[in-house]
Design a protein around this ligand. Structure first.
Ligand SMILES: O=C1C=c2cc(C(=O)O)[nH]c2=CC1=O
Length: 199
């Protein structure tokens, strides 16, 4: 059966100006500041919920608005092609980078807020999303609770990210030191995996 190419038309959705831009560093700062992991109804309509905000159904400051798209969802929709359709998006290699960075934000939020498992909904979340439910389709079974942990201490990998507030500080320091206001390059995200063969 013939295959079709990966399609991208970034910022090209003329009927939806909201998705003609990518998320901004300040959006990540705002999202990481949210104090509450999730709020009823634990769904794409939740307001003031870190979970729903990083997913991108709320404004980066947490307020739910049905027309808003931010962060993860906005990056998908900005691609405006294969990467913007849920049933196709894993075919675009950007998918891996987008979800790696989204996981890095989640890991940073866990590290900053140290929430404890009690904040994870025990019941009333959509099917598969309560605390003790297994994450489909992983095998052997692993629960949502078991993955609600920081990566470096529990999962064997570490993200190396310069978070936006640190970028602002770095820009100011560089400007003062160099006497200019030119913006230095922002380092890319990288992940360091533990070498399990040495355990
Ligand atoms: O592939 C995806 C495409 C998405 C589109 C939205 C949206 O907010 O409309 N969200 C998406 C998630 C995806 O994973």
């Amino acid at each position: 059966r013939p295959t079709s190419p990966i399609r991208r038309n970034p910022a090209g959705n003329v009927e939806r100006p909201m998705v003609q831009r990518l998320p901004e560093p300040q959006d990540v700062v705002d999202c990481l500041d949210l104090k509450t992991f999730d709020t009823p109804p634990y769904y794409s309509t939740s307001s003031e919920s870190f979970r729903n905000t990083v997913e991108g159904y709320s404004a980066p400051q947490g307020g739910y608005d049905p027309v808003v798209r931010s962060l993860h969802n906005l990056a998908h929709l900005f691609l405006n092609g294969t990467g913007g359709q849920t049933h196709l998006s894993p075919n675009d290699p950007i998918f891996v980078l987008l979800h790696t960075f989204t996981d890095a934000i989640f890991d940073e939020w866990l590290s900053r807020h140290a929430p404890g498992i009690a904040v994870y909904p025990e019941e009333d979340a959509p099917i598969g999303h309560n605390r003790q439910f297994n994450m489909v389709p992983f095998w052997p079974p692993v629960t949502n609770a078991e993955m609600f942990v920081t990566a470096p201490e529990n999962l064997g990998y570490t993200y190396e990210v310069t978070w936006p507030s640190e970028i602002v500080a770095a820009v100011l320091v560089a400007a003062v030191v160099s006497g200019s206001w030119r913006v230095p390059c922002v380092p890319a995200t990288s992940a360091r995996l533990r070498d399990w063969s040495r355990c």
